[in-house]
Design a binder for this molecule. Structure first.
Ligand code: MN
Ligand code: MN
Length: 458
């Protein structure tokens, strides 16, 4: 290939020994982060702790911020803003924003979940985000979340992660009797109302009334003895089923990481670690760990919530400058995953314009569906700025779009930030089997994404 032609770079092809060590060492911290945080609440708590250790203080409205200040805003324990005030004039330099999300597709319990059928206690669910339902049957699931009890106390729940814990389960048909199910379209193999969780099988034989000698009653008795819960407490609960799997190296060479929730913790981890590791104090930096991206970024903890603009307003007010000026001069990396090229399914991606695992951080100029519908489509000037930034800082990157034209599509938080007059582009890691209970990414790409964020922040 001539010098004139464009060619992607394979990170593992060009990395020297020191770089390989850096890539592999960085992956260890990421794997711990994945195992410790499987819901937005857990990730939020984990990063708040890390931020406090780095000297970040809680932000309160009206606080007068000055250069060098490090603050965080914990929005309801589910959405986090980390802010470091730089020495540059925020009216002219704006804020460097890296926005990722910390919610992942999963299965939520309904508000009245418990029932019993044929001596089995089960729980009704409503899935969260874009899952392929059949993938969630016959795998070990853990129950995570929070219950607000009648007296207002909050009960934090995490069952199924310890080796000694029980796990939870969704059944599927045996192949011997699945002829009809197998003939149905894959998306209908298991239906939404079929994602029922196995909770118990022993009846409460000690009950006084015969009608209470049920398995469901026994489950309620266990919940009451262990957690002080009654059935009504599920009404004010947020309980989610997530895979119990731990993050593991994949392949003989350990190049890849398998885990639940790479989308989008694989961008969240590089975002906040890059912030902590950036020593140069010039730019004001904001790292957003958003909730609710998987269901449209709506609501009080989603990217569309006014808290984002409120915080930019608070920064502007601290220096007596216009929020509009701060926004106009800000830049944002919408840090989210893209689909990695999978040789098992080459037909859905267009080879020249797909992201490839281990070929560096992916830059996605536009998302959306059909004729780019629903995308903010970053301009050539902003891509050009990023291209130069990455070249100057030795960041290995690639471009890529989500799938062939008209095959499907998707979106991220990018458009909500771009709509506020902030230059925004999608940047992130290529994922294999996105939204599956166990997704795969390349260690090299995670590290390159970290380098990309550092270059953007410094
Ligand atoms: Mn995502
Ligand atoms: Mn997603």
């Amino acid at each position: 290939m001539s010098e004139l032609a464009y060619k992607r770079t394979n990170v593992y092809e060009v990395a020297d020994e020191a770089k390989m060590k850096a890539i592999f060492d960085y992956a260890e911290g990421y794997k711990t982060f994945l195992d410790e945080g499987k819901t937005e609440r857990e990730v939020c708590a984990y990063v708040v702790k890390a931020a406090e250790e780095k000297g970040y203080k809680p932000f309160t409205f009206g606080m007068k911020l000055k250069a060098g200040d490090k603050v965080y805003y914990n929005n309801r324990g589910k959405n986090l803003y980390l802010i470091r005030i730089g020495s540059a004039d925020v009216a002219k330099d704006g804020v460097r924003i890296v926005a990722s999300h910390i919610d992942s597709p999963r299965i939520d319990l309904k508000q009245v979940p418990l029932y019993e059928a044929e001596n089995i206690a089960l729980a009704k669910t409503h899935y969260y985000g874009g899952i392929r339902k059949y993938q969630w049957a016959t795998i070990p699931l853990a129950l995570h979340g929070a219950v607000i009890l009648k007296n207002g106390d909050k009960l934090e729940v995490k069952i199924g992660e310890d080796e000694s814990d029980p796990i939870f389960y969704i059944s599927d048909l045996l192949p011997h009797l699945a002829a009809k199910q197998s003939a149905r379209p894959l998306g209908e193999a298991i239906e939404g109302e079929g994602l029922n969780i196995w909770f118990g099988n022993i009846p409460y034989t000690a009950a006084e009334n015969d009608k209470d000698k049920t398995v469901k009653e026994n489950v309620l008795k266990i919940l009451n003895e262990k957690y002080g819960m009654v059935e009504e407490d599920f009404l004010s609960a947020e309980l989610s089923l997530v895979p119990t799997y731990k993050a593991k190296d994949v392949g003989f060479d350990r190049a890849l990481i398998g885990a639940y929730g790479h989308d989008d913790r694989v961008c969240s981890y590089p975002a906040y670690t890059a912030l902590f590791d950036t020593e140069t104090p010039e730019h004001t930096i904001m790292v957003v760990l958003a909730d609710k991206e998987e269901i449209g970024s709506e609501g009080v903890s989603g990217m569309q919530c006014a808290i984002f603009s409120d915080l930019l307003g608070e920064i502007a007010a601290s220096f007596g400058v216009s929020t509009a000026a701060v926004r106009a001069n800000s830049k944002c990396l919408s840090a989210d995953v893209n689909a990695g090229f999978d040789p098992n399914f080459p037909e859905v991606l267009e080879k020249q314009n797909a992201t490839y695992i281990s070929h560096g951080v992916g830059v996605t100029k536009f998302t959306g569906a059909r004729g780019k519908s629903g995308s903010s489509d970053a301009d050539a000037e902003y891509v050009g700025y990023l291209r130069k930034l990455f070249a100057d800082n030795g960041v290995i990157w690639q471009t890529g779009e989500l799938g062939k034209v008209d095959v499907g599509g998707g979106g991220t938080v990018a458009k909500y930030i771009a709509n506020m007059n902030i230059d925004t582009i999608d940047v992130g890691v290529a994922v294999i089997s996105m939204h599956a209970p166990y997704e795969v990414v390349s260690k090299a790409d995670v590290y390159e994404t970290y380098l990309a964020f550092k270059a953007f922040m410094k």
